[in-house]
Design a protein around this ligand. Structure first.
Ligand SMILES: Nc1nc2c(ncn2[C@@H]2O[C@H](COP(=O)(O)OP(=O)(O)OP(=O)(O)O)[C@@H](O)[C@H]2O)c(=O)[nH]1
Length: 324
């Protein structure tokens, strides 16, 4: 099948074509990479029309329950929802846990929802690239809400925040969590905080946590001058607070679109993405260069033994690389 036909079918919302396109994106074969690039280029004008939302939180916070409740809320209102994931550990665990269909059974059966587990990859950068590209395909296929899920650990949150319009942190009400969030630096990248499991005996604790987060947020410098990071309580299990969450997202979009931040952020993200790809490609080129590869072990050894400085060693390797 030609790339043009595949692109047309994706635009028509055909699921098999979308899956095929994602397979090309996720493939390691060079000819598939070229086809994926051609496909993305063809589809580019049809992309950009979704609201991209990142959702993060530690395991057990209720991400899948929340995404399912929110996803069903949206599809019931005529939206088409894609759920993607960035899980850099999927390589190690031998399969992705995130975005797994068995965790969101009802949403997975919904004709207006599309759930894709995290791609596997050697590096977070590789996983992120595939998810970004899949996000574009989903937009071309007509999904107007894209949720990108990630685990609340390490660099993956920053990575997801860099590919979405709005980054939401799911939290639990519990002693010390609020301060941990600040220490980890993740609250700086959150555009909204949602305290989940605010039900039953937990309701009061959640309300207290909400106050603590609000206070904590006051000491952080706001990311956007006219957006005060909201702290909401919800119960994904009982589907409470979901409508308020959606209202808040719409408010964020409206405000950011009105002041130009929305499109400026996307432009900046595209620029950053280009640079990330470029630097990755240069690194690959350098490390796969035969001359460099031949010299590298010896130079590295010299640095470790204290015979050469890392700076001088670096120069030698670069010179060898530049010579051809
Ligand atoms: N009481 C209560 N329990 C909830 C709520 N949301 C999720 N849970 C429960 O919390 C547990 C974890 O929920 P998941 O949705 O699997 O959480 P997760 O963050 O996706 O966890 P991982 O799959 O480990 O990443 C499950 O037993 C859920 O039923 C909620 O709003 N209230």
């Amino acid at each position: 099948m030609s790339i043009a036909t595949l692109a047309e079918q994706i635009r028509a919302g055909q699921l098999r074509a979308l899956a095929k396109g994602i397979t090309l994106i996720e493939s390691r074969r060079i000819e598939h990479r070229q086809q994926a690039d051609a496909l993305l280029e063809t589809l580019l004008p049809a992309t950009g029309n979704s609201l991209r939302i990142g959702i993060s939180g530690v395991p057990g916070v209720g991400k899948s329950t929340f995404i399912e409740a929110f996803g069903l809320y949206l599809t019931a209102r005529g939206h088409r929802v894609a759920v993607l994931a960035v899980d850099p550990s999927s390589q190690i665990s031998g399969g992705s846990i995130l975005g797994d269909k068995t965790r969101m059974e009802q949403l997975a059966r919904d004709a207006n929802a599309f759930i894709r587990p995290s791609p596997a990859g050697d590096s977070l950068g590789g996983v992120a690239r595939k998810t970004r590209e899949t996000l574009l395909l989903c937009e071309a296929a007509g999904y107007d809400i894209v949720l990108v899920e990630t685990v609340g650990v390490g660099q993956s949150e920053i990575t997801v925040a860099s590919m979405v319009d709005m980054f939401v942190l799911l939290q639990l009400a519990g002693a010390g969590d609020e301060l941990q969030g600040i220490k980890k630096g993740v609250m700086e990248i959150a555009d909204a905080i949602v305290i989940n499991k605010a039900d039953g005996d937990n309701r009061q604790r959640a309300e207290l946590a909400r106050q603590q987060y609000r206070n904590a947020l006051h000491i952080l410098r706001p990311r956007y001058p006219d957006w005060q990071v909201p702290v909401l309580c919800c119960s994904a299990l009982q589907q409470q607070g979901i409508a308020e969450f959606w209202q808040m997202l719409q408010q964020f979009r409206q405000q950011m679109q009105a002041n130009g931040t929305f499109s400026e952020k996307r432009r900046q993200q595209a620029r950053d993405w280009l640079w990330a790809l470029l630097l990755d490609a240069l690194k690959e080129l350098f490390l796969h260069d035969r001359q460099v590869a031949a010299l590298l072990p010896q130079v590295e050894q010299a640095v470790v033994a204290g015979i050469t400085t890392p700076g001088a060693a670096c120069q030698r390797l670069l010179e060898r690389f530049r010579r051809h």
